[in-house]
Design a protein around this ligand. Structure first.
Ligand SMILES: NC(=O)c1ccc[n+]([C@@H]2O[C@H](COP(=O)([O-])OP(=O)(O)OC[C@H]3O[C@@H](n4cnc5c(N)ncnc54)[C@H](OP(=O)(O)O)[C@@H]3O)[C@@H](O)[C@H]2O)c1
Length: 325
């Protein structure tokens, strides 16, 4: 595996060649004695995501997941009209057509679990989706179990891939609940999440103590605090990492406005700011997948493209950081 020391060295010494995670993927594949499975690309020209989506291994099991997932906060918190649901149908269609599967949601994202559950069932995709949800805003064992049972009902499933303790709330009790559900086979992985830099030290302490399968944290080209402790720790302990807020909840797009994507990135096929921001997160060696949220089909296609081809080189990362400075 690509080491943290090497990451720190090579980010300082910009070099040409393959991206960091591409090196790590090759190392992981070699270590496992297998070739990463290529995900079949779609055939429709409107849905086309060129090339196969990259996948990465979950350290605790070796299961591989596509590097582009999706969030549901805001984007799936909608009403029941066709005008609101039709774009989401297309967002999901393009997502699965590209070979993506990882969907992050939470019972406290108002109706997001209901909307996602209904649309997946309608398209017969419930069994294909790699569903991540949370124990969120609850206190006590009974409340945690009750919320999870309700989540299963809303998502129209009898199990999920990942159950995360949201924002470290009622941590000890909810981690115990999550582990019990894992033992019962209703959950495959357990995790912890947060979304602000000021919580990252506490999150690192929790990761150290609990050694969950996953952690989910914010990381972007302008919020790089996770590089200091929590991401290296996850890498050392073999904890998979999901990145939220890679677009700073959309604020990064306003920051770059009409500025062009740096040539250092476009010359290797990065054709939008969204791809640049997602590839930035994915080029940290601790990161397993990103979960950008959109309710717009063309933006979904754009985001999916970030999961193809090599990750950013150290020089490209530096060019992006400079462009946003
Ligand atoms: N504590 C936690 O566990 C926690 C906290 C925060 C987030 N999360 C998870 O992480 C997910 C992602 O975070 P987030 O939703 O807060 O923020 P984000 O993914 O950084 O940004 C989402 C925003 O970016 C816009 N966007 C998406 N793709 C775009 C593109 N290609 N071009 C231009 N604009 C684009 C979206 O607008 P449109 O919808 O209009 O396209 C939306 O306003 C959440 O949905 C949630 O699942 C978890």
């Amino acid at each position: 595996m690509y080491s943290r020391r090497k990451f720190l060295t090579t980010t300082a010494l910009a070099t040409a060649g393959l991206g960091l995670a591409a090196c790590r993927d090759a190392a992981q594949a070699g270590a496992a004695g297998t070739t990463p499975p290529a995900v079949t690309a779609p055939t429709s020209s409107t849905d086309a995501v060129l090339g196969a989506l990259n996948t990465r291994a979950i350290p605790s099991t070796g299961e591989r997941v596509p590097v582009i997932g999706m969030g549901t906060s805001g984007s799936f918190e909608v009403g029941q009209t066709a005008a609101e649901l039709d774009p989401l149908r297309e967002v999901l269609k393009r997502f699965f057509a590209a070979g993506a599967t990882l969907i992050d949601t939470a019972p406290t994202y108002s109706v997001a679990e209901d909307v996602m559950g209904a649309l997946l069932a309608e398209q017969q995709l419930t069994g294909t989706a790699w569903l991540a949800t949370k124990l969120s805003g609850v206190s006590g064992r009974d409340a945690g179990i009750e919320q999870f049972e309700d989540t299963l009902r809303r998502l129209k499933t009898d199990k999920v891939a990942l159950l995360q303790v949201h924002n470290l709330g009622d941590l000890k009790t909810q981690m115990t609940v999550a582990r019990e559900l894992k033992a019962q086979g209703k959950v495959k992985y357990v995790g912890v999440t947060h979304y602000v830099e000021r919580a990252q030290d506490e999150l690192a302490d929790v990761v150290q103590a609990e050694k969950p399968d996953f952690l989910q944290i914010n990381y972007s080209v302008v919020s790089r605090g996770a590089e200091k402790r929590v991401l290296p720790l996850a890498q050392d302990l073999g904890v998979a990492v999901l990145i939220n807020r890679a677009f700073e909840d959309g604020k990064l797009f306003a920051q770059v406005k009409d500025k062009p994507v740096p040539p250092a990135l476009t010359e290797t096929g990065v054709s939008s700011w969204a791809q640049a921001f997602l590839k930035f997160a994915l080029s940290h060696p601790a990161v397993t997948a990103v979960i950008p949220a959109t309710g717009k089909p063309d933006r979904q296609t754009d985001n999916l493209k970030a999961g193809t081809g090599p990750d950013l080189t150290p020089a490209q990362r530096d060019a992006l950081i400079a462009a946003l400075a």
